[in-house]
Design a protein around this ligand. Structure first.
Ligand code: B12
Length: 458
């Protein structure tokens, strides 16, 4: 039986040593880091699900190739996933596997954006979604006629035909969260976005019964799974989103997903979310400062138009008992050093339960990358290991690189600080208790600021 090794490059990546040191001491940052490190690579499990039984599979997480005496294997064929931040490590590993005689196949978001580069390290690559081409690739390999590039030239893949990802390949004791994908693409077009929209431009959904079948498969392997939806924007289609949430509610799971701020407009959806075991939604707020938001969403400038209602919307979602993971991008064009303080005040005012602070990152294949390249503002072109979302690799337009780096570091120090993190979390639970006590809730519950509290205790 031919053996296939699925090689997942895993864990968190940061280059800047000061951020690494800071990260090691900040509880809010470490918590998220642990969660991230424990997510498996769904793309590879999906490949396995597409593969006939005559192959023997194993799945391997590689956290640090420098600590690897010997790569897992030997395998007849290895399939390696690629995100920008780890792709140089992935290439090193691919070279080692090729030298050892394995056939190396690479695919994923980065390889799809930089196919020529990847061909220097792989026998064949898949550009874009794997589902339509993977079975043919294996057939060609077995027949000794492997092509260099596989890319779907036919109609777009219908998610109704999605294979069951091979969750059974995972060691259940190693993962505390499992990913399930319910849709691909997003109706918005943000200049920086490097997620599945880059390989699946149209917003498409997986039939809900298929999603439920995947969940039931997971529940056979984990008794109380925490599900992280690997979606771009789960509720972009609101009616379908509500059907999905009702279906998830019946599965008795806790779950997390990514969406946009407009969920706050729909009280029925918020109620359903709460009742369904949804514990958190991640929202790309990007910035509370309008200057940085202008032109960011390139179809209708949608994101810039939402900024004024961010505070009310976040309060409304959290007061329904769903925590918000608010994501901010620092260094957006048009936003200067005043942004750091504005973000800090915003987080304090909204008491966001969870916060992700990142810097603007030009990933290969994005309109942002092309624009910054044109404008001569890329600092380290081709050094993909710096595409971590935390390392600055471009020249901002309204501050120096150093100001952005220091601003990010200082803000992280404040936002992920133990006392402030605890305060934000307590605010969420306190407001929830107040709301439950109130006969009919309103958005006007009294707002307590962290700084007021600190002053009172000083
Ligand atoms: C789950 C997740 C993770 C997981 C798993 C990552 C992985 N390798 O799959 C973990 C926790 C490890 C992770 C880590 C990081 N992540 Co992450 N993550 C996600 C998330 C939420 C979902 C990805 C997913 O599962 N998609 C579903 C699967 C089915 O799609 P897919 O992977 O694209 O796979 C399809 C194709 O690409 C292809 N394919 C994929 N791999 C392969 C391999 C072969 C051989 C073949 C043939 C085909 C193929 O076939 C699949 C089916 O069609 C996305 C955000 C989002 N909403 O999409 C961010 C995202 C992918 N992550 C991102 C980033 C930046 C990171 C980190 C750098 C953060 C950090 N600083 O540490 C690290 C990367 C370091 C590392 N070790 O890889 C960026 C990546 C941008 C880019 N283009 O590189 C994204 C898009 C989020 C963002 N903010 O932009 N992440």
């Amino acid at each position: 039986m031919k053996t296939i090794g699925l090689i997942a490059m895993s864990g968190v990546r940061v280059v800047n040593p000061e951020l690494i040191n800071l990260g090691l001491t900040l509880p809010g940052f470490i918590d998220r880091g642990k969660v991230i490190a424990s997510l498996p690579t769904l793309g590879l499990l999906t490949l396995a699900g597409l593969t006939p039984d005559r192959f023997e599979f194993s799945y391997h997480d590689i956290f640090d190739i420098n600590k690897l005496d010997k790569p897992p294997g030997p395998f007849d064929l290895v399939a390696i996933s690629s995100l920008a931040a780890q792709v140089e490590e992935a290439y090193t590993l691919a070279d080692r596997y090729q030298a050892a005689g394995s056939c190396v196949i690479m695919g994923g978001l980065h390889v799809s954006a930089e196919p020529q580069e990847a061909l220097g390290h792989a026998d064949a690559i898949v550009v874009g979604e794997a589902e339509p081409v993977w079975p043919k690739l294996l057939e060609d390999w077995e027949a000794g006629r492997l092509k260099r590039v596989y890319k779907n030239e036919g109609p777009q893949f219908d998610l109704a035909n999605s294979p069951m990802p091979r969750f059974d390949l995972l060691d259940p004791t190693h993962y505390n969260r499992i990913t399930v994908q319910t849709q691909r693409g997003c109706p918005f077009k943000c200049e920086f976005c490097a997620a599945s929209i880059r390989i699946a431009p149209q917003f498409r959904t997986k039939p809900i019964d298929r999603v439920v079948t995947e969940l039931r498969e997971i529940k056979k392997l984990w008794s109380h799974p925490f599900i992280e939806l690997a979606d771009d924007n789960t509720f972009a289609n609101r009616p379908r989103g509500k059907h999905l949430v009702r279906a998830l509610a019946a599965e008795n799971i806790h779950w997390f997903t990514e969406t946009d701020i407009s969920v706050a407009d729909d009280p029925e959806l918020l109620r359903l979310l709460r009742e369904s075991g949804c514990s958190q939604i991640l929202i790309g707020l990007e910035s509370p400062v309008i200057a940085g938001m202008d032109g960011l969403e390139q179809k209708a400038n949608w994101k810039a138009k939402q900024v004024d209602r961010y505070r009310t919307a976040i309060r409304r979602i959290q007061d329904h008992g769903i925590t918000v993971n608010g994501c901010f991008i620092l260094g957006l064009d048009g936003s200067g050093p005043e942004t750091f303080d504005a973000v800090w005040r915003f987080i304090e005012e909204t008491a966001l339960f969870e916060v992700q602070l990142t810097v603007l990152t030009p990933f290969a294949g994005t309109p942002l990358y092309k624009r910054l390249e044109r404008e001569g503002r890329l600092l380290y072109p081709g050094q993909w290991n710096r595409c971590t979302l935390f390392d600055v690799n471009f020249r901002p337009d309204r501050m120096t690189v150093e100001t952005l780096e220091t601003g990010l570091r200082d803000l992280m120090g404040k936002v992920y600080n133990k006392e402030f993190t605890a305060w934000r979390r307590n605010q969420f639970f306190d407001r929830l208790r107040q709301r439950r006590r109130a006969e009919r809730g309103s958005d006007e519950l009294p707002l307590v600021r962290f700084s007021d509290r600190v002053q009172k205790h000083a």
